[in-house]
Design a binder for this molecule. Structure first.
Ligand code: PHE
Length: 456
């Protein structure tokens, strides 16, 4: 039922529907595509260790923070901040910008997944020599036109679901497909772990080499926490805004990060052991998933069926995330500009598609365009995930801790004192001090600002 919302807003039908949809937003390419290659490129166990520490400090704290702002205001991010304190509406606007940027390259990778689904169907992974799979991937992404077509298909799929509306569109899909994805990932993990030479990869992922921890690794892990949990841009404000007043925000804020991390970790254990077993490069970057897993499928009985099913499930996981990205941008125009949902969705999806084109071309014809040693896609990803999301998260902590006030936030969190909150002190200390300071320190360290000022 709608409470104080306009006609264009809806509400979740059940607690399970909400947790699954929010987990659907969190679980996506961030877990299956990004986590393994980020871990691979940033020292394996060192990255994973920092990731876990930041998950506890920041993941839970910000998840609860965002959900409480969303449910307290029943508005999308900008409106939510404005309602609580008008001067801070820009934090919400920053999130809309981040969502725009993220979806632009997310959809490019989503397109790669669709292409690989099609490749699976046509049996392209039935190869004797795994090294061919590297060429298969490079030939595809360097082609100027083909990846753009798939990027377009992914955007259209996202658009169609978002036009369908909240509970109708999102909830229905998450319920069946999330558990299926989980089972699939576990199966793949077992196949990967039993490959000869797999233990090397397990060690790489689980045993931290402390000498590899530096400011860049910490920044990468920080960005990954935000990206993977859909935090820092108001996704969870938007999702929380559709949540009923009697739901338990605290348990949701524990369940969602747990589900998300389990899937990322299982994906890591499905991909990195195989990377070592097949002699691929763990620092292979964004192509890691697309090169490694087809090699695993080629070593499985019924591998081609697994390949099809896998890319299908990853596609659905990517879509339940991309719809949440588009949702943030769309709910802004619906709430603030009073556009219809349909018009907002079509116009914005079109704009995001155009914005994604350079990221796609940067893999091939524009691969000479590099900045800070990164191609276009990696730069957009870096700017959005490692800078804008953590910055948005830091500002949200300051906002809750010092502007809106923890008392009001706690009132929302505990449903007006109706539910107990044993982690109350932990959460307050984290949101007021530890989380914003930690993010600030990582920024200062990673950009070397202090060194510049001190003249080192
Ligand atoms: N968390 C999603 C994933 O892991 C991506 C995402 C980021 C979605 C930010 C919404 C907001 O794939």
């Amino acid at each position: 039922m709608d409470q104080n919302n306009g006609q264009n807003r809806g509400q979740w039908n059940s607690k399970l529907g909400f947790v699954l949809a929010a987990s659907g937003s969190a679980v996506g390419l961030g877990n299956i595509w990004r986590f393994p290659f980020m871990a691979g490129a940033n020292g394996g166990g060192a990255f994973v260790l920092v990731y876990f520490i930041l998950l506890v400090i920041i993941g839970f704290t910000l998840m609860l923070g965002e959900l409480s702002i969303g449910r307290a205001t029943q508005l999308s991010p900008i409106g939510a901040y404005r309602k609580l304190k008008a001067k801070y509406a820009w934090i919400g606007a920053l999130g809309v910008v981040a969502g725009f940027l993220i979806l632009s390259f997310y959809s490019v990778i989503g397109g790669w997944v669709i292409r690989y689904l099609v490749k699976g169907i046509s049996g392209d992974f039935n190869v004797a020599d795994g090294s061919v799979l590297g060429d298969l991937f490079v030939n595809f992404i360097t082609n100027p036109l083909e990846p753009l077509v798939y990027h377009g298909i992914f955007m259209v799929l996202t658009l169609l679901i978002v036009i369908g509306g909240v509970s109708k569109g999102i909830e229905r899909y998450s319920k069946i497909l999330m558990p299926m994805l989980f089972v699939m990932m576990v199966l793949l993990m077992f196949r990967s772990l039993t490959l000869p030479g797999a233990m090397e990869g397990v060690k790489f992922l689980l045993v931290p080499d402390f000498s590899k921890i530096n400011a860049q690794v910490v920044l990468a892990a920080l960005g990954q926490v935000f990206f993977s949990l859909s935090l820092g841009m108001g996704t969870m404000i938007t999702y929380g805004s559709y949540l009923r007043k009697d739901e338990n925000l605290i348990s949701s804020s524990i369940e969602i990060p747990l589900i998300d991390t389990a899937i990322a970790f299982i994906a890591g254990l499905a991909i990195l052991p195989a990377v070592f077993a097949f002699g691929f490069d763990p620092e292979g970057g964004p192509g890691l998933l697309f090169i490694t897993l087809p090699a695993v499928f080629s070593q499985m009985p019924l591998g081609s069926i697994f390949a099809i099913l896998f890319f299908l499930l990853v596609l659905f996981a990517a879509l339940t995330s991309s719809i949440s990205l588009l949702e943030v941008v769309v709910s802004y125009t619906v709430d603030e500009w009073k556009w219809s949902r349909k018009l907002s969705t079509i116009v914005l999806a079109g704009a995001i598609f155009l914005l994604g084109i350079p990221s796609s071309l940067g893999q091939g014809v524009w691969s000479h365009i590099r900045l800070f040693g990164r191609d276009i896609l990696d730069n957009v990803d870096f700017l959005a995930s490692n800078i804008l999301l953590p910055f948005g998260g830091m500002m949200m902590c300051i906002f809750i801790g010092w502007v809106w006030g923890v008392d009001k936030a706690l009132n929302e969190v505990t449903n007006g004192g109706k539910i107990s909150f044993p982690l109350k002190t932990f959460w307050v200390v984290m949101i007021k001090y530890v989380a914003p300071l930690a993010i600030f320190i990582v920024f200062v360290q990673a950009t070397g600002i202090l060194d510049l000022i001190l003249g080192n």
